[in-house]
Design a protein around this ligand. Sequence first.
Ligand SMILES: *Cc1c(COP(=O)(O)O)cnc(C)c1O
Length: 432
Amino acid sequence: MDKKTDSSWQYGDETKAVHAGAQPDPVTGARNTPIYQTTSYVFDSVEHAADLFNLQTFGFIYSRLTNPTVAVLEERMAALENGRASVCAASGHAIQFLTFFSLLEPGDHFIASRNLYGGSITQFGVSFKRLGWNVTFVDPTDPENFRNAVTAKTKAIFIEVLANPGGIVLDLEAISAVAKDAHVPLIVDNTLATPYLLQPMNWGADLVVHSTTKFLSGHGTSMGGVLIESGKFDWAADDRFPTMTQPDPAYHGLTFYETFGDFGFTMKTRAVGLRDFGPAMAPANAFYTITAIESLPARMDRHVSNAMAVAEFLEAHPKVKRVSYAGLRSSPYYDLAKKYLPKGAGAVFTFELTGGYEAGVKMVESVNLFSHLANVGDTRSLILHPASTTHRQLTDQQRDAAGAGADVIRLSIGQETAADLIHDLDRGLSAV
Ligand SMILES: *Cc1c(COP(=O)(O)O)cnc(C)c1O
């Protein structure tokens, strides 16, 4: 951040959100991070170019691999997650693909929570299967279910600690202990909590991924994904991870763990995954996301206090059967939320109406301030009736299992005046 500061001082998260990874531009003095809208970078000499291509010196070659604006976001996210290093991609799903590409060979296996973002369930269960990457989904509310699913081919455990829909909070410390016993990395999708509410690496997570599309970019403007590594996982403890410990034919025989140590996993993901599959983050999207992260702490505080006010209003309303928000005392996840998310249980949750499918449709059609759409983590409040939209193709039983029954409504609470949100929902409920 600043050369003049005393190195024993640890900056707080709010300071890191504003400063980490960024400096005034050395040539122009520009205080804000410029959008380096360039595909490529001039080499100092032939030798410099050769060193860059051999990964013997760090610098910029081509924006599919690295870009100075994206690099600021990578450094900021590593700082906010208390990680060692980080790499960005074009979307949350792109970074999930690249993370598993760095870990798995065809025939390998991983275990995932069954309470994940719907798109992740399809990505893992259907599309990854075609690559020979096998997943077992388990009920994550009992950590022993992960232990029971471990096989000789298992290479990772993947969870969302704060999961939607359903307001579930998992016992991160216990699941992390299972991953340690099995000697596989624990990957946490921290999208819904953000590093402001939860830093999974402080509880033993080895890798963290985000869809930066949501609360991090925060204003519904920019797609993106990021992977952060803790640097603490020992890839060489056994022969389970040849992708990290054996010479990589995709990079003229380089052994990523031996060469780069505690940032070997992100180096591999960049130098092989991003290079060969190409889903690089656009510099402009990195710029919007960096700018938004500067206000992340203040935004999350407001998201959380609004969510709490709305959840309390709904819980007291006669037309509402149940509210699944882990910040409420009535939630079975209240104690876990207090432990892992002391600043608040996020701003995405569901509630159930008393009137069935028709009531759900009526509700989303009757609100004004809430936007009816399929996203979360916007400054604007969002509403969705999963049964008539995202979960339409499923059977009634499948919908109930996914926490998306006929009368379930999902909310992502924004930054507006809490009383206005409550007024809008009250009008919607009157129409039901
Ligand atoms: C949106 C989302 C994703 C996928 O991210 P994209 O940026 O849409 O590709 C993954 N996980 C969670 C929890 C999400 O909310």
